[in-house]
Ligand binder design. Structure first.
Ligand code: PNW
Length: 436
């Protein structure tokens, strides 16, 4: 790689990220069913109808997987905790096997001197709560805060950092407006409610964890740079609206206690009553901000109902996901986020990486990581307080609606044998992260 540890501040943290449903193998250990199980079982939603029942079987193989993290030289491991594994009904009775699993995982990380960075929710909502309306139901903020207390009551004392929710845009817009993720709705009112409730749930969980005495609590957002497809003022406005919906709505709610005007123009009639009254909870102080960055989009207007946006194919090189590679947008985002939202608060790049069909010699991934780390360094030189960078992902895994074909791992997984094989990118990072 073109960079190594010495190019970054002394206490800069390098990490790798995964999520529970994507790697654990959900159908074991007494976990309850989730809305992803039913979504995946409905024909047409997921490539080949694949689901997370077995995934990488990390549930049984976590010790060996943590050895891989250790041997690569990572400082931190960002994992998520499955709500339905811990509370099979979403509320009420605890599955002690589930709590035990995260307890063992935590200790196994500490034994290896790897810092545990937990995300409480990375998308597998327990089915009984989904049946009650899931993210459309305001009560979810309290159900979620209760879950936060259960899991962090057990492992919170040993966490390096905790974030309640991974990517509020995906939880709400992608899942309730675009219908690409569970629950697969296409409804603006459901979307607006989910957008607001996911932030409210975030804030309630922060309050609950403060109550437990936890510190180093954060929020994790996914950002996509919106570029006007052409220089018409229409496309310019469209790109600003895309930016508002995708990026500024969620950052604004948590850090500025407000939603962007250009989004409210269309969304306000669909938001829950008295949404303005929730900003003290939504904006509960956090200790850091996590940004997940992969790509940019070219945006133009279309003649449909609000928001009337369309994505236009762009000219940049693309990953296996078909996502354009635009490293420069990462430093722009880091600088802008500090300027407009987070000020002096530490920022972490909590996900960055690419899908590639190359299962061994993934030099495309090495280039991708190199180019994005260069942008992190640029933003650091600019004075942005960036404390760490996490690669998505350790293992090839269940890439949601796209199933197992899209491979984001530094380590190849053979989904027949579940055998793990480090790729060239893993070796390159191992060299870059070595301490002398
Ligand atoms: C992130 N989009 O998800 C997630 O945190 C991971 O679970 C996922 O595997 C990774 O990125 C790669 O996709 C996203 O459609 C999924 O815009 C989809 C979108 C964005 C982020």
């Amino acid at each position: 790689m073109k960079h190594n540890r010495a190019d970054f501040p002394l206490d800069f943290q390098f990490g790798v990220a995964t999520s529970s449903y994507q790697i654990e193998g959900h159908a074991q250990g007494g976990a309850g069913t989730t809305h992803w199980d039913s979504f995946a079982a409905t024909p047409g939603n997921v490539a080949k109808g694949e689901n997370g029942d077995v995934a990488c079987d990390h549930y049984n193989r976590f010790e060996a997987d943590l050895d891989l993290i250790k041997d690569a030289g990572f400082d931190c491991y960002r994992f998520s905790t499955s709500w339905a594994r811990i509370l099979p009904e979403g509320r009420g009775p605890v599955n002690s096997q589930g709590l035990d699993f995260y307890d063992r995982l935590t200790d196994a990380l500490l034994e290896r001197n790897i810092k545990p960075c937990a995300t409480l929710y990375h998308w597998e909502l327990p089915s009984p709560l989904a049946d009650l309306g899931g993210w459309r139901n305001r009560d979810i903020a309290n159900w979620f805060a209760d879950f936060a207390e259960v899991i962090m009551g057990r492992i919170g004392d040993r966490m390096f950092s905790v974030a309640p929710i991974n990517e509020p845009w995906c939880v709400s817009w992608l899942s309730h407006f675009e219908g690409h993720h569970a629950p697969g709705l296409r409804d603006i009112r459901a979307t607006a409610h989910a957008m607001h409730h996911v932030l409210l749930a975030h804030g309630r969980a922060i309050e609950a964890m403060r109550g437990l005495g936890l510190s180093n609590l954060g929020a994790v957002f996914n950002l996509e740079w919106a570029e006007p497809a052409d220089d018409s003022s229409e496309s310019q406005k469209a790109a600003q609206l895309y930016d508002g919906i995708y990026n500024r709505f969620f950052l604004g709610g948590v850090f500025n206690k407000s939603y962007p005007e250009n989004v409210l123009e269309g969304l306000e009639p669909h938001l829950p009553f008295n949404w303005q009254d929730d900003f003290d909870t939504i904006g509960a102080p956090v200790d850091w901000c996590g940004l997940n960055y992969y790509t940019r989009k070219l945006i133009a207007r279309t003649a449909t109902t609000w928001p009337a946006l369309k994505e236009v194919p762009g000219p940049l090189p693309k990953t296996q996901m078909g996502w354009e590679i635009d490293p420069a947008a990462l430093s722009r985002f880091l600088i802008r986020t500090a300027r407009d939202h987070t000020g002096d608060l530490p920022i972490y790049v909590t996900e960055n990486g690419m899908a590639s069909p190359e299962r061994q010699q993934d030099t495309d991934r090495i280039d991708y990581l190199d180019q994005h780390l260069a942008e992190v360094r640029k933003a650091l030189e600019h004075g942005v307080p960036i404390n760490g960078y996490f690669v998505w992902s350790l293992l090839d895994n269940y890439e949601w609606a796209l199933g197992y074909e899209k491979r984001f791992g530094l380590v190849d997984v053979d989904f027949e044998t579940l055998e793990r094989t480090p790729k060239a990118s893993y070796r390159a990072l191992q060299t870059a992260l070595a301490r002398d």
